[in-house]
Design a protein around this ligand. Sequence first.
Ligand code: 5GP
Ligand code: ZN
Length: 114
Amino acid sequence: MDNCIFCKIIAGEIPSTKVYEDEKTYAFYDLNPQAKQHVLVVGKRHHNNIVEACEDSIDTVSACINTCTIVAKQLGIDKTGFRIVTNCGKDACQSVFHLHFHVIGGEKLSERMA
Ligand code: 5GP
Ligand code: ZN
C-alpha cells in the first residue's frame, strides 16, 4: 500500500534490521525499543489493524503469531518470558496503520499492561 512505512520496510525501500522472514511475515527490530528486546512482526499483506486482518485473512494473523514465537526462541526469551502486543486504534495509541505485533522481553516487564 502506498505511503505505508511498514510496506516500504517489507519491500526494502526503507532500511530495517531483519530478525526473521518467511513467505507471509517479516520481523525486524523496533526503532525505539521499549525493553531490552523489542521486535516488530508484520504480515507481508497490508491490513490496517487486527480487526481488518481477521476479517480478511486469519491466515496472516496466525502466521504472525507463529512468527512471534519463532522470534522469541531466536532471541532466547521464550523461557524467561515475553509479551506480544498489538495496538488497535486511537485509544491504544496505534501509530503505524499496518498490522504489527510487538514482541517485548529480555527483562522483567511491568505488571501493569495499560
Ligand atoms: P504502534 O504505536 O503503532 O503500536 O507501533 C509502531 C512502532 O513502530 C513503534 O514502536 C515505533 O517505534 C516503530 N517504528 C515506527 N517507524 C519505524 C521505522 O521506520 N523503523 C522501525 N524499525 N520501527 C519503526
Ligand atoms: Zn502496509
